[in-house]
Ligand binder design. Sequence first.
Ligand code: 4AD
Ligand code: MG
Length: 436
Amino acid sequence: MRPTLYIEDIFQGKRQENDIVTLKGWVYNSRASGKVKFLQLRDGTATIQGVLFPGDSSDAALEAFGKATQESSVEVQGKIVKAPKAPGGWELQVKELKILGESVNYPISPKEHGPDFLLNNRHVWIRSKRQHAILRIRSEIVAAAREFFDNQGFVGFDAPIFTPAACEGTTNLFEVNYFDDDKAYLTQSGQLYGEAGAMAFGKAYVFGPTFRAEKSKTRRHLTEFWMLEPEVAFMDLEGNMELAEDMICHIVQRVLRTRRPELEALERDISKLEKIKKPFPRLHYNEAAAILEKESKDGFKKGMDFGGGDETILTEKFETPIFVHRFPKAIKAFYMKEDPEDPVSALCVDMLAPEGYGEVIGGGQREENIETLVRKIKEHGLDQNVFEWYLDLRRFGSVPHGGFGMGVERCTAWLCGTAHVRECIPFPRMLNRLSP
Ligand code: 4AD
Ligand code: MG
């Protein structure tokens, strides 16, 4: 058996006024005003107001109302009528109300709770309006990104989580025992495997969880996060930026179209999202560095990577995301291609989101020359043996290629306007948090 009717179906006009319906869900809230009793019923798709009135509602229903505490599960039967002032524009005149599962001392009430308390109760906090809206938008972002790539003939190409080697440097690797005396690392990025996918399929995208042993406690860092990583053969740095801006515009448009109620529930300034149109400005790292040497509050010097405050300074000057390209290769991963016109730079690019949300995308063109790549692996102190399969991609028909990775939680935080990425994944993993 499956539910045949959801509250959302009523709001979408799939039932008619005065229809008798049965709904199953949970009590979001209840209150009495004299003889009239109100019950906010949520079923996960939406919330509808139920009204109980002596005479219209059965005696059993009126009695059950007294036990319908916050988050009790219930079955409700009644007549639906249009009610322009009620949320969703409909109201349920309750005839029958049955408690299915009681809820005693539900921990989260409308009063203010501290972030630690809420995170400890994450398994139920996600039922609250704000968290509910954020996670629906996250789901929409993922669906929109997949739709974007699927519609262009990309192959979804899943990369392994247990890996023998580091993709993004060795400082934040999670090491695990892998039988007997073998060590494995949790993947930091599916990119290297995505490159194999691009050589097999021309265009591929990896989507999966990635892991970084980040010792930092910032509002942008998780130890486990999800990344979408397209990789395309014969694509250069400029092609990479075009693909990234097209993808972001597609995601933003779809979220604006389908998730407006959620954005409104979050009190997001939607006009800011409506300004996201391509082309996004492209700044050479040297241009960005010149601005920051004047304006940085964190002592930025040319050659350094940007801090969060530096990214905010750069993005405050624009209404759309910006690209910063050609960072110094010294601060970037081994696989980045050197700029043939300026060998201190790498052909890489970060996309920084407006309103201080910072880096949402990182990527670039990959080194396709085997000698250079072997030298870079050595310079980065990595073990060439575990990269032999990756070097094969250069031995057997090497071509220029590139791609990028978008952090799903960073993108969600930006579109939702939330301060911290920890609210942008169902169960965040951070330096001091491994539960629930
Ligand atoms: O810039 P990053 O480290 O790039 C890569 O991993 C490349 N291999 C991707 C590629 O080219 N295929 O990470 C990419 C994105 C960042 O821009 C950010 O959005 C997100 O992943 N990210 C994190 N999100 C949350 N917590 C963290 N600790 C993150 N580290 C990176
Ligand atoms: Mg990066």
